[in-house]
Ligand binder design. Structure first.
Ligand code: HEC
Ligand code: HEC
Length: 417
């Protein structure tokens, strides 16, 4: 049933415009005959709501956990909470605020986080001993006069320096609730255009087992709690039971007295609060009426091959929480790793992801974003699409070959997500 009405609209458009005479298609802003709420409304569809709202259907406890988590997510931390010695941000919100709390970065086009890698004795290394894998570009020196530990710099040993844009966390609980087997099955299925998505099997330090990764630019984490604990340590310098040891600034020991709070600095409650907030964040809903132009753009997204990687919908499994169970997740991603060619490659390995592989980023919520691709190098969608290489080259070439009207339709569709 899902997408039933859309298919109708799309077929009408195809007959009326694409198949007849593409150049003669002038789009009107009148709603298409199919109408209906964006996102469907079939079984398992999430009713649309404002960006940043909680998932519909949460029970009272979960709603409270969401609200408490949102507060914690926005709290400015300082030395008494264990911030530093070196860090990149003082709250999660500082980087994750675009559109609403939980979103992507509201920054100035400069990716806030730098990840490094290199080769030591012939083997790939995160360069932890020199301050990697994540560089912390600020230190408590900005708060405490004469503080002994300076900010980190990219060490000369780094062969690979990868700037990373902040990814949004809207709908993250739904992404977490998609069965790993779904992603494995999709990776094993033969795809057109020679596309070969791979799962990133990553360590879940909570269980010690390998799981299907799905979060981050290289699908480097499988689980929101683990990502939150990792971010608390690597972006804010705050230790927790899962990651109880401080990063060593630039690989050097922390001078006595520079870190006054005993580890773990968070007893785990903050990490749990962050995870609750992100897990219960509603997905971005599509915006605006489905005009003929939008419907045509949606159709083109599939016909030229974008949807091979940017899967319009995946589905959650039998989750114990009814708000997350058996839902359609209209994320426009397969969450798999794809080789995107040398221009986008950063050389950095994470889990099983190689230096030229990236997770297909979900495209929902695109309408509030201003910078695109892993390092934010694109400031508009057209540029981001044209920079697709590697496995995406056939689709990119079809995009470039579209008429102006059709390209505009495709872009209009994307800006409503
Ligand atoms: C200094 C900026 C910064 C701060 C502070 C920060 N993040 Fe992030 N966050 C990022 C960046 C950059 C990424 C993408 C990382 C990557 O994949 O390389 C990210 C990705 C994530 C993701 C993955 C979302 C997805 O689906 O890809 C989660 C979850 C997350 N952050 C949670 C948090 C939490 C929780 C906090 C607070 C403890 C936090 N972040 C603090 C910059 C930041
Ligand atoms: C082979 C898989 C694949 C295909 C096919 C593909 N993409 Fe992508 N797309 C990706 C990956 C992977 C990235 C992230 C690359 C990076 O950041 O370096 C991406 C990034 C994007 C982004 C930027 C998203 C963000 O969060 O910054 C947009 C927009 C996008 N793709 C649209 C499209 C469109 C439109 C098409 C069809 C013309 C398309 N893609 C075809 C895999 C694919």
């Amino acid at each position: 049933m899902k997408g039933h009405r859309f298919r109708f609209a799309s077929v009408a458009v195809q007959l009326g415009c694409l198949a007849v005479f593409v150049g003669a298609c002038f789009w009107s802003e009148q709603a298409s005959a199919s109408g209906g709420p964006p996102g469907g409304g079939g079984a398992g569809d999430i009713p649309p709501g404002p960006l940043g709202s909680p998932l519909p259907g949460l029970n009272q406890n979960d709603l409270q956990a969401f609200n408490q988590g949102r507060q914690e997510f926005g709290r400015l931390e300082g030395p008494p909470q264990g911030l530093g010695p070196v860090f990149n941000g003082r709250s999660c919100l500082e980087c994750h605020g675009e559109g609403a709390p939980g979103g992507a970065g509201t920054n100035l086009g400069v990716a806030r986080v730098t990840r490094i890698g290199g080769t030591v004795n012939g083997l790939y290394s995160d360069l932890t001993q020199f301050g990697g894998a994540v560089i912390q570009a600020r230190s408590l020196r900005e708060l405490i006069p004469n503080y002994p530990v300076p900010r980190e710099n990219v060490p000369f040993q780094a062969t690979f320096v990868s700037r990373r844009q902040t990814t949004p966390t809207f709908g993250a609980g739904l992404i977490e609730a998609i069965p790993g087997q779904t992603l494995i099955d999709n990776a094993n299925r033969a795809q057109p255009d020679g596309v070969t998505g791979r799962v990133n099997m990553v360590l879940n330090p909570l269980t010690g087992g390998l799981e299907v990764g799905r979060f981050g630019w290289k699908s480097q984490h499988s689980n929101l709690f683990v990502f939150a604990a990792d971010a608390y340590l690597n972006e804010m310098g705050i230790t927790s039971p899962l990651f109880p040891n401080e990063n060593l600034p630039q690989g050097m020991p922390i001078p006595p007295g520079a870190d006054q709070v005993a580890d773990p600095e968070d007893n785990g409650n903050d990490v749990q609060a962050f995870a609750n907030f992100m897990r219960f964040l509603a997905p971005p809903a599509r915006e605006g009426a489905i005009t003929l132009q939008i419907a045509a753009g949606e159709q083109l997204f599939s016909t030229i091959g974008c949807a091979v990687c940017h899967s319009p919908v995946l589905r959650t499994g039998n989750h114990p929480n009814p708000a997350l169970a058996n839902k359609n997740v209209r994320l426009y991603s397969d969450l798999l790793l794809h080789d995107m060619g040398p221009q986008l490659a950063d050389g950095v390995r994470q889990g099983q992801a190689t230096g030229s592989e990236w997770r297909t980023p979900p495209l929902w919520g695109l309408r509030v974003r201003r910078f695109f691709l892993h390092d934010g190098r694109s400031q508009n969608l057209d540029d981001a699409i044209r920079r697709h290489g590697g496995e995406a080259l056939p689709a990119t070439n079809r995009y470039i070959g579209l008429s102006q009207a059709n390209r505009s339709a495709l872009l209009a569709f994307l800006t409503r997500l």
